[in-house]
Design a binder for this molecule. Structure first.
Ligand SMILES: [Zn+2]
Length: 370
């Protein structure tokens, strides 16, 4: 009987996982990529379509003139949640299986590593799901984005400069959140939100209040020996320069965090309004900012020889200024004929929470096949 013989579940999970990564493929492409015989592929794909986990999504002209139907994951077949924890607030999202954010909410909640805070998080999450008519039974798992060095293997957040914490156990999250959860560093989450079939290898530079970064190789996060890979904000940019919040002098963070632009107490958004209005002081600050950023980016490119994606609060505003940044970067990189490796982030809002939800999907999609 179809669907009952050994190995089917595993094959179906492999097909599903492939389509999560590749977005859409024909039946033949699925069979070839997974080295399945056509009858095996067809049988399993048919079952997945019947179960509502996959759907047909358009056609492509195949060789011989026949049109081949493309298959993709059915977005509504499951959901994941993403939670971004920051110093003063949390952000909640629900995403479908294609990573589309279905609903989001930001609320003020100053982090405290105490049971009452985790209890409050749980209550806020359940209220958020209820407000948006999201059925808990459909949720496969959750991802939590945290501003610190997350060591999942050791079951702890080893350090968070931003929150002045050390050795926070991940058990509280697991105890209070009523779904299986994965916890990851915030910049890693935001970086993972950018990953797609056409974006698999890159360095993500998060230009947020604390500058972070992440390295994505073959579509997966590279964490390093002690889960600290990508701490770009604390790479030395100007020896003996401005003091960073980590205590060192001259860290990149002190020069390319949005704080370098908001010295008059305004928000990042206000700064760009002022810049567009032709303000001389804003232009001077921006030129200086871009110069430091160009040094940092070209150094990263020397090391990784990969695309550098600019994200975070400043990354969201960077698009119109990219030509100016490229021109400045030319002063610092004489190893390429034309600088074409600087990109702007595609996910401009809720990037950390959306990326955390995507990590959860990658980790917990198997629950659909349990
Ligand atoms: Zn530093």
């Amino acid at each position: 009987m179809p669907g009952t013989h050994t190995g089917n579940k595993q094959t179906q999970a492999r097909i599903f996982h492939l389509l999560l990564a590749e977005q859409s493929l024909t039946r033949q492409e699925i069979a070839e990529t997974l080295h399945l015989s056509m009858p095996t592929a067809l049988q399993n794909i048919t079952e997945l379509l019947q179960r509502g986990l996959l759907e047909e999504c358009g056609v492509i002209q195949s060789t011989g003139g026949r049109k081949a139907k493309k298959i993709c994951v059915r977005a509504q077949a499951g959901k994941t949640i993403g939670i971004d924890i920051a110093l003063h607030h949390i952000e909640l999202v629900v995403t479908n299986l294609k990573g589309t954010v279905l609903c989001q909410k930001q609320l003020s909640m100053v982090f405290r590593d105490e049971p009452s805070w985790y209890q409050q998080l749980r209550e806020q999450l359940m209220q958020f799901l209820a407000e948006n008519q999201q059925d808990s039974a459909q949720i496969l798992g959750g991802g939590i984005s945290f501003p610190g060095i997350v060591d999942e293997a050791a079951g702890q957040i080893s350090r968070s400069h931003v929150l002045s914490l050390q050795n926070v156990s991940l058990d509280w999250f697991k105890k209070y959140i009523p779904f299986p959860v994965v916890v990851a560093n915030d910049a890693n989450c935001a970086a993972f939100a950018e990953q797609s079939p056409t974006r698999c290898d890159y360095v993500y530079l998060s230009l947020n209040e604390s500058v972070g970064g992440a390295i994505v190789k073959n579509g997966q996060l590279y964490l390093g020996d002690t889960c600290q890979a990508g701490e770009i904000g604390h790479m030395l940019l100007i020896p003996g320069g401005k003091q960073c919040y980590c205590g060192k002098y001259g860290c990149a963070d002190a020069y390319v965090s949005p704080n370098a632009l908001t010295t008059w107490g305004q928000t990042v958004g206000d700064f760009f309004v002022e810049l567009q209005s032709g303000s001389q002081r804003a232009q001077t600050a921006w030129n200086e900012y871009l110069d430091h950023l160009a040094v940092l980016i070209t150094n990263l490119h020397m090391l990784f020889n990969a695309h550098i994606i600019l994200g975070g609060a400043v990354g969201g505003y960077m698009e119109p200024y990219l030509p100016q940044l490229l021109k400045i970067a030319e002063n610092y990189d004489h190893f390429v004929r034309e600088i074409d490796y600087i990109d702007v982030c595609r996910v401009k809002t809720c990037a950390c929470a959306a990326g955390a939800a995507k990590l959860a999907l990658q980790k917990y999609y198997m629950r659909l096949f349990a």
